[in-house]
Ligand binder design. Sequence first.
Ligand SMILES: Nc1ncnc2c1ncn2[C@@H]1O[C@H](COP(=O)(O)OP(=O)(O)OP(=O)(O)O)[C@@H](O)[C@H]1O
Length: 276
Amino acid sequence: MPTPTDPGAPTPGGTTPIIEFRDVEKRFGDNVVLKDLNFHVNKGERVTLIGPSGSGKTTILRLVMTLEEATDGMILIDGDPLTHRIDGGKRVRLSNKEIKKTRTRIGMVFQQFNLFPNMTVLENITESPIHVLGQSKAEARAKAKDLLHKVGLDDKADAHPSSLSGGQQQRVAIARALAMDPEILLLDEVTSALDPEIVDEVLGILRNIADTTDITMLIVTHEMQFARDVSDRVLMFDGGAIVEDADPHTMFTAPTHDRTKKFLRAVLGEGQIGTR
Ligand SMILES: Nc1ncnc2c1ncn2[C@@H]1O[C@H](COP(=O)(O)OP(=O)(O)OP(=O)(O)O)[C@@H](O)[C@H]1O
């Protein structure tokens, strides 16, 4: 097993973790949201976080994206500290430059799309590849067009986000995240703000990405069927702690923990565990 002095060591299965939480604490004032949280995600794995509202799922994604920083402990990306390292027994924050370098390996899609309203769809997608990765305009535009094709929006390159439906805006947000060639894709309730009839179109695109790439995915979703279809592993959270860690078949058909059973009954409906 990895030890605090041995970052990124292979797990017993021989696979290197690409995301590793070590004794992570996150508090907002007096509110301790995560306490001594330890878990890892292996390269190429798709891991879904489920659990009741307020259990800390979004906070975990925001920590990986460096939108928040842990108040104690360490997060490692591919063996490298993300925001803090231990130096001579002391917890030291990395420089902004070091943090930014690791962050470019990670992409995130949010519930509320977060597109730049004054830019066209194409500009939204090319902005970071040009300004963060230093790609040429031509290279970034070619890649963006390719991605727009992939998400079924070839004809929307010159449109502004406000003229698009919610589902179309979310597809642009997915293309924008992919334009950075992320090794890790974080999906935070990406269909929660969408009308029910367009949820499937967005989930279909994500299923396709899961099927055709080896991007590591960390997913927060209330779409249990989607979680069951794409995940290698499902982590059930409650009160900022993992109460169950299982493959999706086990989690959704034969959960062992009472808290998981109660949660899934509430989400899926009485008698639904094992039938979906
Ligand atoms: N920026 C913040 N400032 C203060 N408290 C916060 C902040 N972000 C999250 N929290 C608190 O952290 C806790 C966990 O929130 P989080 O959004 O991670 O939960 P969640 O499991 O994703 O919930 P949901 O399923 O409702 O999205 C909550 O008590 C929340 O109020």
